[in-house]
Write a protein that binds this ligand. Structure first.
Ligand SMILES: *[C@@H]1O[C@H](CO)[C@@H](O)[C@H](O)[C@H]1NC(C)=O
Length: 263
């Protein structure tokens, strides 16, 4: 009697929690955090039994809350059941270019973010083959760094309005596994990054993925009218956003296709 009323009170408590809509929540104890990066997490109400993981990185003037609100990933998480991580740099801009960040387990901000992913893989029984990252501007540079320094963790990356042409293999010397699938978006009117970054970034990834610099296919009006998609190989695409400045906004539906959540 006593037990059953206790049990039903407990059940009421559980359903009250479940009825509440998912919100962005800070996680403070995700593991080693050498660069003091803040971790915010969105676990959708409809989280999958073995969910994918999407890391979404804000730009230099942004923060986790702003990235959460201005990108479609929370809504897409509800649709596809993945968990979304919104890391936050206390400095605003990401330290994506220091030796620490550009080295696998080098003690920089990239390592803090990699540890957030490991925490989510453990805590939510997430699927290691479905870990992805995207970011805007400074967050795009960090996306590039994460894809290069942690190719063992990230399976796909979408870089919005950033570029980097450093030697990718230098960030994880001795690594012999596969590298993530890379998409790069850049606006034709982007004076912050400059148009040269488009092909130099694609060339840097082509070298690692085993492709030559010349595109296999050039698709006009793809994925949007006036934009051009350059396909360098099955794992590397550049999207030139004609008439767009800085930054190109997150193309959620395209990301879902690139990462295999949608067809
Ligand atoms: C990138 O290279 C392609 C040829 O591979 C060229 O057609 C295109 O104009 C280049 N884009 C930029 C922005 O330089």
């Amino acid at each position: 009697m006593l037990f059953s009323s206790f049990a039903s009170a407990l059940l009421c408590g559980v359903s009250a929690v479940l009825a509440q809509r998912a919100t962005l929540t800070q996680v403070t104890d995700f593991g080693s955090n050498p660069a003091d990066i803040r971790m915010y997490l969105y676990v959708p109400d409809a989280v999958a039994a073995s969910p994918g993981v999407v890391v979404s990185l804000h730009g230099a003037s942004g923060n986790a809350q702003q990235q959460f609100k201005s990108t479609p990933y929370a809504k897409l998480a509800e649709q596809y059941g993945f968990v979304a991580i919104y890391p936050e740099s206390p400095q605003g801009a990401w330290d994506a270019t220091s030796a620490e960040s550009r080295t696998h387990e080098g003690g920089g901000a990239s390592q803090s973010i990699a540890n957030m992913v490991k925490y989510v893989l453990d805590t939510y029984n997430a699927e290691a083959s479905k870990v992805f990252v995207s970011g805007i501007s400074s967050g795009g540079t960090m996306t590039n760094t994460l894809a290069a320094a942690y190719p063992d963790i990230f399976k796909g990356a979408v870089i919005y309005s950033a570029g980097s042409s450093d030697n990718i293999r230098d960030m994880y010397p001795g690594y012999t596994g596969s590298y993530p699938e890379i998409q790069l978006y850049l606006g034709s009117e982007d004076t912050v990054i400059g148009s040269d970054a488009f092909n130099s970034t694609l060339a840097a990834w082509a070298a690692v993925l085993g492709y030559d610099d010349t595109p296999d296919r050039v698709l006009g009006d793809t994925p949007r009218s006036g934009w051009t998609k350059y396909v360098l190989g099955s794992k590397l695409e550049g999207i030139w956003a004609q008439g767009v400045g800085h930054p190109v906004f997150t193309q959620g539906a395209e990301d879902m296709k690139w990462w295999g959540f949608a067809r």
